[in-house]
Design a protein around this ligand. Structure first.
Ligand code: CUA
Length: 314
């Protein structure tokens, strides 16, 4: 039945995925059996008690059968309780992370996933985890409700503003897993994807040491373009002069911009920095003030890269 399972479910990336699948298929096959039982009996009785010539009188008064009714009420309780106990057992497994779990903080915001390891290493959208070790995600949202979903691990949890939620997983095999946002959160929702790479413990340690240096081999402006993409800037800003929601960056560096409520500002390094840290401080007239802060989410090196990118867009 492996082929059947592979049609119904994504590959299994963790032991827990197997537990979920087992419960799912238990319910699936019980439902399938009852479907054929009910549909079969319906067809059988429809034929058996069909209207026949010469049998046109009124239906006799049939009352009920107490024993039969008690049986079809009480007997299903047995499989239902079995499903409940089984499901609850797995649910508790899914909710309570082992004490030795590696804890990763997750911040969801429109429209990216930001991760922080206990060592202070930060990553956006793409993370590495060690194989064979439980990983606990402690998650919060900066804006609306998002939802953290890794199909191959069979784990899913809403990520809320103003309240921490958590989930955990343990992957034993090396490989890559796709992470989705599965709660509609606005225009960039379908771009809010990520990648979880399961490394051997040695590779993971190496990644932890260098992983914070995203884009270290690139010229700043090129690195800026990557950040523009993975940080989701593109959902509101363009690089080609077209207006998405916020102003385009094309040819903007060094120009004077009119501000909402009067006054002007020169688009220079400091204005870019201020707009990243305090986006509401100076809004260019004609645009909504919908941007949220990148405080704590961008390194100096990354801010420099974004500035370098904007400078180059003549
Ligand atoms: Cu975040 Cu959908």
């Amino acid at each position: 039945m492996k082929w059947f399972r592979s049609i119904m479910m994504p590959p299994r990336g963790s032991e827990y995925a197997g537990q979920v699948d087992d419960t799912y298929f238990l319910i699936f096959w019980i439902s399938t059996a009852f479907f054929f039982l009910v549909a079969g009996l319906t067809a059988y009785f429809a034929i058996k008690y069909r209207r026949r010539p010469g049998n046109d009188g009124p239906t006799p008064n049939i009352t009920h059968h107490g024993g039969l009714e008690a049986a079809w009420t009480l007997l299903p309780v047995i499989p239902l309780m079995l499903i409940f106990v089984w499901g609850f057992h797995d649910f508790v497994d899914a909710r309570v992370a082992p004490g030795n779990a590696l804890e990763i903080k997750v911040v969801a915001k429109k429209w990216l996933w930001a991760f922080e390891y206990p060592s202070g290493v930060r990553a956006i959208n793409e993370i590495h985890v060690p194989a064979g070790r439980p990983i606990r995600m402690v998650m919060i949202s900066e804006d609306v409700i998002h939802s953290f979903f890794v199909p191959t691990f069979r784990i899913k949890q809403d990520v809320l503003p103003n309240r921490y939620t958590d989930l955990w997983f343990e992957a034993d095999e090396l490989g890559e897993h796709v992470l989705f946002c599965t709660e509609y959160c606005g225009k960039g929702h379908s771009d809010m994807m990520g990648k979880i790479t399961v490394d051997s413990p040695a590779d993971f340690d190496e990644w932890l040491e260098t992983g914070g240096d995203l884009g270290k081999d690139l010229p700043p402006a090129e690195f800026g373009k990557i950040l523009f993409r993975i940080r989701g800037c593109y959902t509101c800003h363009s690089l080609d002069g077209s207006v998405v929601e916020g102003p385009s960056f094309k040819g903007s560096f060094g120009t004077e911009r009119k501000l909402k409520g009067g006054g002007t500002v020169v688009m220079d390094e400091n204005y870019i920095l201020e707009s990243l840290m305090k986006p509401q401080a100076k809004i260019v007239t004609g645009y909504p003030s919908t941007m949220s802060t990148f405080q704590g989410l961008l390194k100096e090196r990354e801010i420099n890269a974004l500035i370098a990118m904007i400078k180059e867009l003549k």
